[in-house]
Design a protein around this ligand. Structure first.
Ligand code: FCB
Length: 446
């Protein structure tokens, strides 16, 4: 690496960048857009799809803003042809989407659902004929409910069920799809689902949280082996959210809390998957679940690292916390996007540099983007100047990381469409294409 290891020695992102090569990005740099199954597909009860944990969670009163659900979402299941045409008109080279496990295996295991697999066949064929490379993520949080009832990720068997599911997808799509990711943001769904109670299964239990972390890691390693075996010419990775974990105040206590948040948020998955060991600070908590040979099964060779990045995260000390930190909002004076997320492009640049040093794999930015609460004018058009400014600043940071030596090979914007944004329902709009949720009309934003 050519950049200084000491973050303090890094330049500050300036408004007037210093002279640099005209295009610092590689000639084969991948430009793409990302979505996920539960957030856009809808058709929740069609063609044999089973229920996912999110279907049930959304029906619990008070869980999701405005009582929204993914039942219809962007109706992408029926409108995928139009969405592929939007991608083609945008000129992207790649599209990252996820497979809904319960659409393919309604009970999570057992006999595959032919209609579900046929949908992904049609989508992949449509993308390929539009000249767009499909990037498939196997898991973007929609666990089959039947598996949750069997213990979900707290049950070690879930790792083998996932490997079996990977085999079903790989043997069906692997002749045409070469880019596969195992999991999207495992630290988010384990921390929010098993420790904070904000996502399904809405648990707050130390043992099942640490068990879930380990079993997801095991599932990742087992699926990598399956994909290698079943997909000729596979290019494999996992997608991690990576953000600086900062103390909310510069006290020793908050700094210690931030180090623990860093372990759970940035390293509990990436370290064992790419370096073969849990971070020291959580190793003893993981030990009860870790059997002989597990770390070798988790640490399988990958081809690339997917990074999702939006904003830094913050911790504060809390003596009552069993994890060693409490989640905190960014300081009040931090610059924010219209939905209140901190804007800090230099943090993005530093994450890319640090991840490149620590893990040594080529990086694809698999999600980055800006949320807003936008209103359309009478013609349906959106003034998305704030999103444009956000994207410009973050792409400049990406270029700067590249100039400083980070091996970044692609960028996927989140998201193609305004979609179901988990707890925020449809209130936060991340699309570069507006979706009118009443008519389902799509209108590209500026
Ligand atoms: C990420 C999720 C993605 C989307 C964005 C805004 O954490 O992976 O599904 O909700 O945040």
């Amino acid at each position: 690496m050519t950049h200084a290891a000491d973050p303090a020695a890094r330049p500050t992102l300036s408004k007037t960048p210093s002279p640099r090569p005209r295009d610092p990005l590689r000639p084969d740099f991948v430009w793409g857009a990302s979505t996920s199954s539960y957030q856009i597909e809808g058709a929740a009860r069609e063609d044999g799809r089973g229920e996912s944990v999110w279907d049930l969670f959304c029906r619990q009163p008070g869980r999701i803003q405005n009582g929204d659900t993914g039942d219809v979402a962007c109706d992408h299941y029926h409108r995928y042809r139009e969405d592929v045409a939007l991608l083609r008109d945008l000129g992207v080279g790649a599209y990252r989407f996820s497979i809904a496990w319960p659409r393919v295996l309604p009970s999570g295991r057992g006999s595959p659902n032919e209609a579900g697999l046929a949908f992904y066949d049609r989508l992949v064929d449509g993308l390929l004929s539009a000249g767009i490379e499909p990037w498939v993520c196997l898991y973007h949080w929609d666990l089959p409910q039947a598996l949750q009832e069997a213990g979900g990720w707290a049950n070690r068997d879930c790792a083998s069920w996932f490997a079996d599911y990977a085999r079903v997808v790989a043997s069906r799509l692997g002749d045409r799809v070469k880019r596969f990711a195992t999991f999207n943001e495992p630290s988010v769904f384990t921390l929010f689902g098993y420790a904070f109670g904000w996502h399904p299964p809405a648990a707050d239990d130390a043992a099942s949280h640490h068990a879930a972390i380990h079993h997801v890691n095991l599932a990742h390693g087992m699926a990598i082996d399956v994909l290698r075996d079943y997909v000729i010419g596979a290019s494999l990775g996992a997608i991690h959210n990576m953000q600086p974990a900062r103390p909310v105040q510069a006290t020793p206590e908050d700094r210690a809390a931030a180090r623990m948040l860093d372990c759970y948020w940035n390293r509990a998955f990436a370290d064992p998957q790419m370096r073969g060991a849990y971070p020291d600070a959580i190793a003893s908590r993981m030990a009860p679940f870790c059997r002989d040979g597990d770390l070798e099964r988790i640490h399988r060779p990958a081809d690339w690292l997917g990074i999702n990045h939006y904003s830094p995260v913050y911790a504060r000390a809390d003596s009552a916390s069993r994890l060693g930190f409490a989640w905190s909002d960014a300081p009040a004076d931090a610059p924010r996007s219209p939905i209140g997320w901190q804007i800090d492009p230099a943090a993005f640049r530093d994450v890319l540099l640090d991840a490149c040093d620590r893990y040594g794999l080529p990086i694809y930015v698999t999600e980055n983007g800006a949320g807003a609460v936008e209103l359309a004018d009478a013609s349906g058009a959106i003034d998305d100047r704030e999103r444009i400014a956000y994207l410009a600043a973050y792409l400049e940071a990406l270029e700067e990381a590249t100039v400083l030596g980070a091996d970044v090979r692609g960028y996927f914007v989140w998201s193609l469409l305004d979609n179901f944004e988990w707890g925020a329902g449809y209130a936060n709009r991340f699309g570069i294409v507006r979706v009118d949720l009443t008519t389902q009309a799509r209108t590209p934003k500026a």
